[in-house]
Design a protein around this ligand. Structure first.
Ligand SMILES: Nc1ncnc2c1ncn2[C@@H]1O[C@H](COP(=O)(O)OP(=O)(O)OP(=O)(O)O)[C@@H](O)[C@H]1O
Length: 383
């Protein structure tokens, strides 16, 4: 029996994507190869493969249920159980790119086996920071068999970069936004980026320069304008706007399913100086943390937050203090990975200070006209 696409328990964005490309029946999708479907939908091959698997899984589930029902062999209990199966298929295929998450936005989620989680992790294409060393620090992928897999900032996680002014936080954010939008075959993800600027530090000429350098380096024939057109820029003026925007980002991503990174530069700017009212600040930060977590749970976006640094007084004196990320210790539990960027004797370093899955480590990076790169970048050019 031919099943129409819209009768399948796929996400609305998947159905829209398939309809827009002219697909009507499930079999039209399942008979295609991932390469052909990727061409048709203008998505990456991994995303196309995932979509084919999802359609196949949904199609089989729906068809099996329909067959059992039409044969009259199904009681109320079985019917309910079949319904649950379809519902769970919907949760598992909720994401629009590649990763299945057990938690839905609207209800208690279903479990995945650890092995499924492992497969999802392996399939997940990270977003490059521009520095090979930093990419490996952020995503070592121990045991991964595919050496060509893109490393960098992990999707489905909140990564925080903090550091003193001038250490390169904004440069890194702009580089990540560009790399998210480059095509997969040119070292990118072929996605779109959300860029939330709370400080007014986003410089469009600079991001255009970074995009041009990336296109030239990788030999991509795309234009700077096509890369910049995939970056959705939001400027927020105060903490209420920031909270409201973050709350709406999941819906925004649902309407823009190619978004694979949400950058917030910086998370702390509008929350500093509210130390007088600790209670309300804690509540606001808690709300913000919930919104960020929701973004990572209901789709496969990476969340990248910039944090400022503050001096932690030690031995009762600021002169013995050390620089630590702002917003206090409670906030420190929110990011999945926390890194500090620092400058010492003219060299720039990124150091992991907290992570539940990454080993401790430090790498050196540089900032140059092209953006964020490894030390020694450009030395072998022209050989
Ligand atoms: N075209 C460029 N070429 C090389 N380095 C550059 C270029 N543009 C900016 N930089 C470097 O970037 C640094 C500023 O980085 P960035 O604005 O990311 O700092 P930040 O950590 O975000 O600071 P703040 O907290 O004040 O916003 C400057 O010190 C400069 O050395």
């Amino acid at each position: 029996m031919e099943r129409s696409i819209e009768s399948l328990p796929l996400s609305a964005s998947h159905i829209k994507l398939l309809h827009r490309a002219g697909f009507v029946y499930a079999n039209d999708v399942t008979q295609l190869s991932a390469v052909d479907l990727a061409d048709e939908l203008k998505v990456s091959r991994i995303d196309a493969l995932d979509l084919i698997r999802s359609v196949k899984a949904c199609n089989n589930t729906v068809t099996d249920t329909a067959i059992v029902q039409s044969a009259g062999k199904i009681g109320e209990a079985e019917r309910a159980s079949a319904k649950n199966t379809i519902a769970s298929a919907k949760v598992i295929t909720l994401d629009t790119t590649s990763v299945a998450f057990p938690v839905s936005r609207t209800g208690i989620g279903n479990s995945l086996t650890a092995y499924q989680v492992l497969l999802n992790e392996r399939r997940r294409i990270c977003i490059s920071t521009g520095s090979f060393e930093l990419d490996h620090l952020l995503c070592p992928r121990a045991g991964a068999s595919d050496d060509d897999v893109q490393m960098g900032v992990q999707r489905g996680a909140i990564t925080e970069f903090s550091g003193a002014p001038g250490c390169g936080k904004t440069q890194l954010c702009m580089q990540l936004a560009v790399n998210a939008c480059l095509k997969a075959e040119f070292g990118g993800v072929g996605g779109e980026a959300v860029y939330i600027d709370t400080e007014g530090s986003f410089v469009v000429d600079r991001i255009a320069e970074i995009a041009l350098a990336a296109l030239v380096e990788t030999g991509s024939e795309d234009s700077v304008s096509s890369v910049l057109s995939a970056i959705h820029y939001f400027r927020v003026q105060n903490h209420l706007e920031q909270l409201a925007l973050l709350y709406q980002i999941p819906s925004f991503i649902e309407a823009h399913p190619k978004v694979c990174v949400v950058v917030i530069d910086s998370i702390a700017f509008h929350f500093r100086g509210k130390a007088n009212d600790i209670g309300s600040r804690t509540r606001l930060l808690h709300q913000m943390a919930q919104s960020l977590t929701m973004i990572t749970l209901c789709n496969t976006s990476a969340v990248v937050v910039v944090n400022q640094t503050t001096t932690k007084i030690q031995h009762g004196s600021a002169s013995h203090g050390k620089l630590v990320p702002a917003l206090g210790e409670n906030w420190g539990h929110v990011p999945t990975h926390r890194l500090v960027l620092s400058v010492k004797n003219g060299s720039r370093f990124a150091t992991i200070i907290k992570s539940s899955s990454l080993p401790e480590g430090q790498v050196e990076y540089i900032l140059c006209d092209a953006g964020v790169r490894d030390p020694g970048y450009g030395l072998d050019m022209g050989d």
